[in-house]
Design a binder for this molecule. Sequence first.
Ligand code: S3P
Length: 179
Amino acid sequence: MSGTRPIENLALIGFMGTGKSSVGRLVAQLLHFTYLDTDQVVECRAHKSISEIFEKDGEPTFRQWEQVIVEELIHRKTTVISTGGGLPINQGNLDSLKTHALVVCLWASADTIYERVRDHDHRPLLAELDPLAKIRELLSIREPYYRQADVLVNTERRSVREVAVQVIHQFHMAQAAYR
Ligand code: S3P
């Protein structure tokens, strides 16, 4: 990697349950960066939970919120950006993040994701009779987008700290390469 691409921020993408929020918070703490979670910003702006937005306004409205927030991020510096799992499916969002951030995708298998999210009920897309089938379906649709990340990090059988340390290592390498 060499060139002049600015790496001001670090963006975490990946499917629900891959650990973007927990890894992102730790990475931000270790790098002394600001932590920003796009889901939290949407909820704050909309004054509603994500489940309420999906239920009352529909998924397209939620995706519009995400796009607006991504557009605003181009002005950020020293920020760890944790994104909602469907945000990079909008190619424009992915391209925009890459103009200022190293984009790191956290990866896990469908079975592992299912084990991690099965006891949570705040994800409207997984409120299905067969959540594992839904995870498999969404993962196969989304994989081509996730694979466009600068770096893919496997989170299987690894602690949050182990993943965070690898993410930071990749970030330092990218900053050095693009300097
Ligand atoms: C979504 C993932 C969620 C949240 C929303 C939609 C998705 O975020 O943005 O429920 O489309 O995968 P997490 O990935 O943080 O769970």
